[in-house]
Structures are given as structure tokens and as C-alpha cells.
Design a protein around this ligand. Sequence first.
Ligand SMILES: *[C@@H]1O[C@H](CO)[C@@H](O)[C@H](O)[C@H]1NC(C)=O
Ligand SMILES: *[C@@H]1O[C@H](CO)[C@@H](O)[C@H](O)[C@H]1NC(C)=O
Ligand SMILES: *[C@@H]1O[C@H](CO)[C@@H](O)[C@H](O)[C@H]1NC(C)=O
Ligand SMILES: *[C@@H]1O[C@H](CO)[C@@H](O)[C@H](O)[C@H]1NC(C)=O
Length: 478
Amino acid sequence: MPTTTTSRALVGVVLMAHVFLCTAYVGGDGFSVEFIHRDSVMSPYRDPSLSAHARVLEATLRAAALSRSYARADAPSADCAVSELTSRPFEYLMAVNVGTPPTRMLAIADTGSDLVWLNCSNGAGDPGLAAARHAHAHAPAPAPAPVSAPPPGVQFNSANSTMFGLVSCGTAACRALPDASCADSKCRYLYSYGDGSQTSGLLSTETFTFANDQGTRSGDRTMRVANVNFGCSTTMIGSFIGDGLVGLGGGDLSLVNQLGADTSLGRRFSYCLVPYSINASSVLNFGPRAAVTEPGAATTPLIPSEVKAYYTVDLRSVKIGNKTLAAPQQSTVIVDSGTTLTYLAKELVDPLVKELTRRVKLPRVPSPEELLPLCFDVSGAREGQVAAMIPDVTLELGGGAAVTLKTENTFLEVQEGTLCLAVVVPSGQFPPMSIIGNIAQQNMHVGYDLDKGTVTFAAADCAAAPSPSPSPSGSLYI
Ligand SMILES: *[C@@H]1O[C@H](CO)[C@@H](O)[C@H](O)[C@H]1NC(C)=O
Ligand SMILES: *[C@@H]1O[C@H](CO)[C@@H](O)[C@H](O)[C@H]1NC(C)=O
Ligand SMILES: *[C@@H]1O[C@H](CO)[C@@H](O)[C@H](O)[C@H]1NC(C)=O
Ligand SMILES: *[C@@H]1O[C@H](CO)[C@@H](O)[C@H](O)[C@H]1NC(C)=O
């Protein structure tokens, strides 16, 4: 069974000489990669037939589809591997270059989980694979509604790489996995997401190269990190997009924790999300450049979460103009880039809808597909006029941090002329907690610092920030 953690004493079993290369990186202020929205022009998953509005509606529908699949996945699966992770529709991707020589792979970048895993063609052989296939054959795997057929992906072939290594069972990395087992003294993992998606394979190490496209700023082009722990996935169930997933959560195995432990970058990262409507790349920063120093930056402490992966903060109240809506006792909210909408308790959303209805002098219309709680007809309003008609909403977080949400953070134009509130009450059990989603974080520089235990928000013009140019495919600057 791949569900029990076994740490066998290893008597001199060295699977691979783990030469701890001194991490070679240039430039003192860290590095940046493109943070690619799955619907952006940089993404191979973009459906070019959709209009900008239809894309927003699609993203909202993905979230709704997930909420239905979540309800189904709530029953424990046959192998009892119930994930603690909530399912979210994974909206962003990043490029990683794995191995020596590097293979460029496009992976989901997920701030709500920890494991880094990649689609492997299994050059190293996987003794546990047959057993896993057998186990999975009996597991009901409720998967989210299928997306349009993905383009052909890239697989990592470990046989081609000189630095590839397997991780032994007793190691700290293996013990950090929620669900690990031993296969020929090598560490096997089974990693599950809230919607029933799963991936499994052997925990491995490899050199990762991040193309630093902001080379003009610091003179460096790439960042190489040796011995990154990642899952060489040979079994994947569910509808993943991309060639793998990079966990950026708060737990030990996440990329941000691994980079911080092995380099002088610190355990921190930041992003600046360009609004859906703008054709420009968002950026994901690591190291010192992830510090959020813009004027008006609001910092809130991270609070311990049951699920270590989640970036959880305290939510005290929501303000609209001079009206303060107090959050229910001990309200916590997770800050996440993979979730589109913002989910808040009914005790907050109901009075928020009431207050906005009272203040916004626009005709109300029903929501497309009954997805969202409050929609206005803006077809008669001129561009620029609408934003002035909608009051700012301020989230008051722990530590006195006030995060101002402008119209573009609270409302979405889901179809031509229909503007809807992007703040909703969780439906049924999905998601089982409050979440500040990516619409609410557009045009903000948001920094996560695990060393300081903080999340910092500052208003920013993300399209104006130096945006990394795409690296020509297949070419790297080492
Ligand atoms: C892994 O890559 C192979 C080959 O490109 C592909 O057939 C398979 O669907 C991929 N798996 C996932 C989960 O993306
Ligand atoms: C990797 O190895 C496989 C077979 O071992 C080979 O077919 C393939 O061309 C190699 N790829 C690279 C990039 O070297
Ligand atoms: C987006 O911008 C890129 C490069 O700036 C351009 O090539 C592309 O045509 C634009 N796409 C759209 C849909 O405007
Ligand atoms: C809140 O603002 C409204 C209009 O801006 C005003 O009429 C009302 O008196 C204010 N209430 C308080 C308590 O300041």
C-alpha cells in the first residue's frame, strides 16, 4: 500500500552520489520568471476562439465545476488517501528547466500545495509503479470537468541527465511527504489534491535552472540550483494541465522553502498579477527582489494553518466607505494565486452585497449561470465611468494591515456589459475556507516571506513593471 510512511534503516545504500554542489547563481537580488496565466497569450492552453469576457466567464465556470467535483470527492477514496488540500483550479503556470542538459517544462505554479513534481518518462525505472497502478485501479478518481484537449506535453527523461538522483526512504525530504512508502529503499510518494486528482512516483533530485529574463536589470540570465527535491511522476490521475506542478506553499518540500534552505535567496517570493483584460505577462520573483517595498505596502502576519501549505492570515473586517462589516469570530482567510474568485463567509458577503446594492447606482441584472451574487448592467456607462461609481472595499487583516480592493479587484465583466461581484460565499463545502483569490490581487505586488512569517500587499501597475520577455524555446543562457 502506498499509504503508509515507512522509514527503514538504510545500511549504506547510496543510490546516487549526492554531490552537494555549491549553488551557482549570479546576481544578488534574486531572479524572476514569467507567471503565465493559463488563458494568456503566452499559454499553450489558451483558447484563441474566446473573447476576453468569455475567458473570464470560463475561469469562473472552472471554479464552479470544481466545487461540484469537490462535493463528489468528499467521500474517502478506496485507498483512504483523502487530501487535506483543497482543490483549486490552478490558473498560473511557470517554466522550469530540469536536468543537465536542461529540459524546459511548463508547470502549474501553485501557492496552495508543496510538492514539486514533473511528468517523467521513467528512464530510471520505478519498482513501485505496478503496485501503484493496481491500487489506483480501485480508487474512484472524481476529476474536475475536462478542459479542452491539452497540447502535447514534455516529459523529463532522467536517463538523459547526469545529475539525476533518487531519494532514500529515511531522509528528511521523504518524511516531509504526507504519504510516502519505501520501494527498494527508495522514497515513493502519493500526492493527492482536493478534487481527487493524484500523482505518484519516486522522490528524486535534480538540478533546476530558472531562466532569469530580467537580465538587463541585474546582469544575470539564469539561476541554477542543484539537488532540488521533486517528484518524478509516473502516474497521474485527474485533469492536470502542463508538464507538472511547482508547489510554492508554506511546507518543507515547496520550491520556496527548498530555495531558501539551499541558497542565500531567503524563503520568499512575490508576484504581480496583470489584470485579465491586459495582454502582458505577470511576473514571479524569488530572493531579495521579492521584497514588497512600494509605498502604502500593508503587511500582515502569517498564522499557523492546519495545512502547512496554505498562506493563512487573519481577516478582521471588510470596509466599504465608512461602513465596517465585522468578520465572524476568528476568521481566517488563505491568500492564493490559483483561485479566481474571493470566497468569504456569508456573514460578510450578504451585508457586502446589500451595501453595494445601496451605493451603486447602476441597474441590477441577473448573473449569467447564476454564478455570482450581484451583477450590474454597465452597457449604458462609458469606460472609466464605472470604476468611479463603485466604492473601494477594504480588507482589514491581522496586524492592522488594510488592503484596498478597487473595482478591478472586486468586479468582473463576465460578458459584454455585465459586471458582477467576484466575491462569493463558498457553495456547499467548496471551498471549506475563505480565500483571497487572484482577481482581488490583480495590480498588486504580493510578497510572501516565510522567514519573517508575513504576507505583504502593495498597489502596483503590474503591466508597467519590467516584464520578462519569453525565452526562445529550447535555448538557455547558462
Ligand atoms: C505526461 O506526458 C505524456 C507524454 O507527453 C502524456 O501522454 C501524458 O498525458 C502526460 N501526463 C500528464 C498528466 O500530463
Ligand atoms: C533522451 O534519451 C532518449 C532515450 O534514452 C533519447 O531518445 C532522447 O533523444 C534523449 N533526449 C535528449 C534531449 O537527449
Ligand atoms: C499580445 O501581445 C503580443 C506581444 O506584445 C502580441 O504579439 C499579440 O498579438 C498580442 N495579442 C493580443 C490578443 O492582443
Ligand atoms: C457614511 O457616509 C454616508 C455617505 O457617504 C453619510 O451619509 C453617513 O452620514 C456616514 N455615516 C457615518 C456614521 O459617518
